[in-house]
Write a protein that binds this ligand. Structure first.
Ligand code: SAM
Length: 311
């Protein structure tokens, strides 16, 4: 009977949960579930006590005007798509690359600055739970306080420490504990020395995000000066979604199976238009025209990774 948390899945919606009201891929928002609370949607009102509390996450909920929405369990990815922006944020394309290249896993100790809107922080916390920890440093007082509040609402406060200080002047407030350090600040080169002291004696990984190549150059120089190795800069590019509706002939499975003497899929038979494989390959494709091409969400920037090693 514990309540919802961003690091554990629960079946039923409870008072105090943060849930995602999903009207469509382009239209969703977070809601704080409260006894007696009401939420307006274009399909009418959702009454928390009768429509949400006690229902299963993933349920369709009918609103007062008869339309319906899905109520989803929160995840860091849904939070990234719905959080209140107090700053620029990192999106899931960059976050997934960061998580992999920093080798984050359950139990990892991570230092981050700045916290910003906490988009990356939520993803890090989920990945390092239940035994790891995030130390996140934000010098803007209100942002630090807001992040702290959100971590409490999302029931992850035991996994994170927020520090309101200047990472370039005062560092992360911990030394020789981190497996990984992440920087998303305007002058990361000023924090490389502090990052090095936050990392474990035996070493670890670092990453810095910058939108401009001049920032990247200064950061790489600072990393080299502080003895970091394997310095690599990656750019995660946004693809344009090219969504098409394709109609294929309905394959005659009986005949295809016969043609392939019982083997079903046989790639040597690809050129035979009568085989299942052939039909699927050559099937008449009808493309819907005029479908607007949509770019993935995200923004362009460079991710510079490096390693601190013992020797
Ligand atoms: N990665 C964050 C996210 O995904 O939500 C966004 C970070 S935002 C772009 C940069 C943040 O760094 C701002 O909130 C800013 O106040 C903070 N910041 C800038 N310089 C800093 C410094 N020297 N020490 C601590 N925080 C700093």
């Amino acid at each position: 009977t514990i309540t919802m948390s961003f690091v554990e899945y629960r079946d039923t919606i409870k008072d105090g949960d943060t849930a995602i009201v999903f009207l469509g891929h382009e239209s969703m928002f977070p809601v704080k579930v409260q006894h007696g609370g009401k939420t307006q949607t274009k399909y009418g009102v959702i009454r928390h006590s009768t429509d949400l509390i006690g229902k299963r996450y993933g349920s369709k909920v009918t609103c007062s005007k008869g339309g319906w929405v899905f109520i989803l369990h929160p995840t860091p990815e849904l939070w990234t798509m719905n959080l209140p922006h107090r700053t620029q944020i990192l999106y899931s394309t960059d976050i997934s690359l960061i998580t992999m290249m920093l080798e984050l896993k359950p139990g990892s100790i991570v230092c981050e600055s700045g916290t910003g809107s906490g988009s990356l922080s939520h993803a890090i916390i989920r990945t390092v739970a239940p035994t790891g920890h995030l130390y996140t440093v934000e010098f803007h007082q209100q942002r630090a306080e807001k992040a702290e509040e959100e971590f409490q609402e999302h029931k992850v406060e035991h996994l994170v420490t927020v520090k309101n200080q200047d990472v370039c002047k005062n560092g992360f407030g911990v030394s020789n504990v981190a497996d990984a350090v992440f920087l998303d600040i305007p002058s990361p080169w000023e924090a490389i020395g502090h990052a090095k002291s936050a990392l474990k004696i035996e070493g670890g990984r670092i990453c810095s995000f910058s939108p401009c190549i001049e920032q990247v150059q200064r950061t790489c120089l600072a990393m080299e000066e502080h003895g970091f190795t394997e310095i690599n800069t990656l750019e995660s590019l946004l693809r344009v979604y090219n969504v098409r509706t394709v109609s294929l002939q309905i394959p005659d499975l009986g005949k295809a199976a016969e043609d392939n003497s019982g083997t079903g899929f046989d790639s040597s038979n690809q050129s035979n238009p009568e085989s299942l494989y052939g039909i699927l390959q050559q099937g008449t494709a009808q493309f819907k025209s005029g479908v607007p091409l949509k770019e993935m969400v995200g923004h362009t920037g460079y991710l510079t990774f490096a390693t601190k090693s013992l020797f």
